[in-house]
Write a protein that binds this ligand. Structure first.
Ligand SMILES: [Cu+2]
Length: 176
């Protein structure tokens, strides 16, 4: 399992590095408070997943602008790795949000179309509501978003913030 995880990250990095200039992979300015992330918010980082990591595969329903899972469940305080495979034909990302902030983040993402640096920022709004975020993932590429599930139980939205996607491309991460 550990080897697979590292392989996924490395393969993801190789695929993405073919398409994105280096500055697209910097996330330091989006939300500095990601100290509880296991890793995976940057490409190429070698992340050793703890043995109790909950791996969750996530894909896209092709042409429908939807994640292939409307809901996922994780255990509070446990390491999580969402293996996001963009099997669609357009760019997508995946963000984990604080409960009740989907609209706020979605609207902010849509407004980013007017921001000349939006692509560079991966269409990730600079809001406290954003807990974890992947970069934009190219069609055919996979990105593993690794983090520690919140201690606080509840319904945490996940969403793609490519402009116009958030109303359909969303789901709920149930922290139990
Ligand atoms: Cu999307």
């Amino acid at each position: 399992m550990r080897l697979n995880f590292v392989m996924v990250l490395l393969v993801g990095f190789l695929l993405m590095s073919l398409h994105f200039p280096a500055h697209h992979v910097s996330f330091g300015d989006v939300n500095p408070d990601r100290s509880n992330a296991v890793g995976g918010t940057k490409f190429g980082e070698e992340v050793f997943a703890p043995a109790d990591t909950q791996f969750i595969e996530m894909g896209v329903i092709v042409g429908q602008m939807k994640f292939d899972k409307p809901q996922i469940k994780v255990k509070a305080g446990q390491p999580v790795a969402i293996v996001f495979k963009n099997n669609d034909v357009m760019l997508h990302n995946i963000l984990i949000l604080h409960p009740g902030t989907l609209e706020q983040v979605g609207m902010a993402a849509d407004k980013m179309v007017a921001d000349p640096k939006a692509q560079e920022k991966g269409f990730i709004p600079e809001l406290e509501a954003v807990m974890h975020a992947s970069p934009l993932v190219n069609p055919g590429a996979t990105y593993t978003l690794a983090f520690t599930a919140p201690e606080k139980k509840g319904d945490y939205p996940y969403v793609c913030t490519f402009p116009g996607h958030w109303r359909l491309m969303k789901g709920i991460m149930k922290v139990e």
